[in-house]
Design a protein around this ligand. Structure first.
Ligand code: ES4
Ligand code: ZN
Length: 322
């Protein structure tokens, strides 16, 4: 149909993608074979069957299991190259890729293996791609500080830091010191907040961590004053529609609040989060919301424009996209 053509043709930026969440079951099995890693699932089909989640934690358990096949620099390269090929096919012109080093360093994989593999694939792609190092919020702040130290030799290879993993019970305040340190280092700052957690987590991500964008943030509408402030300040929300329905943040796409977020004047963007697990890449996310919500052509253009407005790009590079 016509909207599919429009969505495909629009240049877009992707601002919320976990590279470990782009590992397709076929690549998980190929890497397990290549590295002699034993998987608890007998086949690609059996693994894919297990992708029925009831909440964020039930997803994270299987996502960390999938990432266990990543050992060598080539593995990180191959995973990232596969994602960038999908992004290019969806006419994604710029992407800011999250990676979770602690998922790998905890298994004895060196930081340099992780960073260099992902970074080299970015350099070899026609898509503009930058990296955002995410701290796992279920681990301690000491662990995050140690991870930052390990990453400092590669400071020029990532543009910012984020905060992901299990949200409820791990408020942004827990990471105040490490984010202050990252701010001093001139890194961009983002955090997942208001996905499963309350609007108070969005507020403390802004006021305590001083983040520049909120990842997810869909629960913001529960707090009118906060909604008005975030709209006024132009702080973007990186919304992930297929993720939100797969993790039961919304029961079905018809219940998603993307229209209300846009109507509230918020700089909302559409992103894929963990495309291999949630049923689709960038254009699949766009088409899913347009199939289920009262959105039209002008909204599509607004969302695509927002993605570049909210990107961490130098002004002149941003202008070239707008
Ligand atoms: C994630 Cl959807 C989501 N939420 C929080 N942390 C994550 N890590 C990977 N995907
Ligand atoms: Zn995410």
């Amino acid at each position: 149909n016509q909207l599919r053509t429009v969505v495909q043709a629009m240049p877009k930026a992707e601002l919320h993608i976990h590279i470990e969440g782009s590992l397709e079951p076929e690549l998980i099995f190929a890497l397990a074979e290549r590295n002699g890693v034993q998987l608890t699932y007998p086949s690609v089909e059996a693994l894919r069957q297990a992708y029925a989640f009831k909440d964020l934690q039930s997803f994270l358990d299987i996502y960390y299991a999938g990432a266990s096949v990543l050992l060598k620099e080539q593995d990180f390269y191959d995973m990232t190259a596969a994602y960038l090929k999908k992004a290019a096919a969806d006419n994604v012109r710029h992407t800011e890729i999250f990676f979770d080093p602690q998922t790998h360093t905890a298994r004895g994989v060196p930081m340099e293996t992780v960073v260099n593999g992902i970074y080299k694939a970015c350099q070899d792609s026609p898509v503009s791609a930058t990296l955002i190092l995410c701290f796992l919020r279920h681990l301690s702040e000491e662990d995050a500080l140690e991870t930052l130290e390990q990453a400092l030799p590669f400071r020029d290879k990532f543009i910012g830091v984020g905060l992901d993993s299990s949200e409820v019970g791990h408020p942004p305040e827990k990471f105040a010191r490490v984010f202050a340190r990252c701010r001093d280092l001139g890194l961009h700052l983002v955090a997942h907040a208001g996905e499963e957690g309350p609007p108070a987590y969005i507020q403390s991500a802004l006021d305590v961590l001083k983040v520049e964008r909120i990842d997810h943030g869909v629960r913001i509408l529960e707090d009118r004053a906060l909604t008005e402030r975030v709209a006024r300040e132009g702080i973007a929300l990186t919304v992930c529609p297929l993720s939100n329905t797969k993790l039961r943040v919304f029961d079905q796409m018809q219940d998603h609040n993307l229209v209300q977020l846009l109507d509230a004047g918020l700089v909302a963007t559409v992103n894929s989060d963990d495309p291999a697990y949630f049923g689709g890449y960038m254009n699949d996310n766009f088409l899913a919301v347009f199939d289920s919500l009262p959105l039209g052509l002008s909204h599509a253009q607004r969302l695509a424009r927002n993605s570049f407005v909210a990107a961490f790009l130098p002004a002149e590079q941003k202008q070239a996209f707008l």
